[in-house]
Design a protein around this ligand. Structure first.
Ligand code: AMP
Length: 199
């Protein structure tokens, strides 16, 4: 099994690099943001609750988010070689819960890949994505809130995972394939897993 967390601020390229990770390592992709947006689109009860937080750029409460993740893990991901967690954990309680959820399934977290991108670039990328995809929370005001929430609640996870010896810092600025090369090298160095295709 290879279980990875793709960590980084909103707009740091987690979605883009996740797609490459699932291709190269045969992993299952769990984006908690996508799970929630799907509920909003289907107008489920959960979607109505999630929308109130997402539209303000706030985090869904930990208890709710953790139980959603437990559910997603239960329904999927069992026949794959591991999971890429994209957008989870975003708080320390979520990080503790993730370890428990993996341990109770007889596995563990193997590495945390941190995409590091300067703030001005993050804002430009999100504004562009908002224009191109119409994603509702990619507007200037919500972006500012999401970045503030990231600094206050999510960034402390960097130190948390660094202390665990699991944090792999990656420069997230530049060409997508070159960033991925750095990620793949880091994964091989820390977990021994090789990518499928050589470059
Ligand atoms: P993302 O697609 O990862 O940028 O997530 C979009 C939005 O979904 C976030 O701004 C939060 O409102 C919500 N969300 C996604 N993942 C989480 C999480 N792990 N904990 C709390 N809220 C989340």
């Amino acid at each position: 099994m290879l279980n990875l967390v793709l960590f980084g601020a909103p707009g740091s390229g987690k979605g883009t690099q996740s797609a490459k990770l699932i291709d190269e390592y045969g992993l299952y992709h769990i984006s908690t943001g996508e799970v929630l947006r799907d509920h909003i689109a289907r107008k489920t009860e959960l979607g109505k609750i999630a929308d109130q937080y997402i539209s303000k750029g706030q985090l869904i409460p930990d208890d709710l988010m953790i139980s959603i993740l437990d559910d997603v893990l239960e329904k999927n991901a069992t026949d794959k070689k591991g999971v890429v967690f994209d957008g989870f954990p975003r708080t320390i309680p979520q990080a503790i819960a993730l370890k428990e959820l993996l341990n109770k399934r007889g596995t563990d977290l193997h590495a945390v890949i941190g995409l590091e991108v300067p703030e001005e670039e993050l804002i430009q990328r999100m504004l562009k994505r908002g224009q191109e995809t119409g994603r509702a929370d990619d507007n200037r005001e919500t972006i500012q809130n999401r970045l503030a929430v990231y600094h206050n609640q999510t960034e402390p996870l960097r130190d948390y995972y660094a202390k665990e010896g699991q944090y792999l810092a990656i420069n997230g600025l530049g060409v997508v394939d070159e960033i991925f090369d750095e990620i793949a090298k880091g994964i091989e160095r820390t977990t021994g897993h090789k990518r499928r295709t050589k470059r």
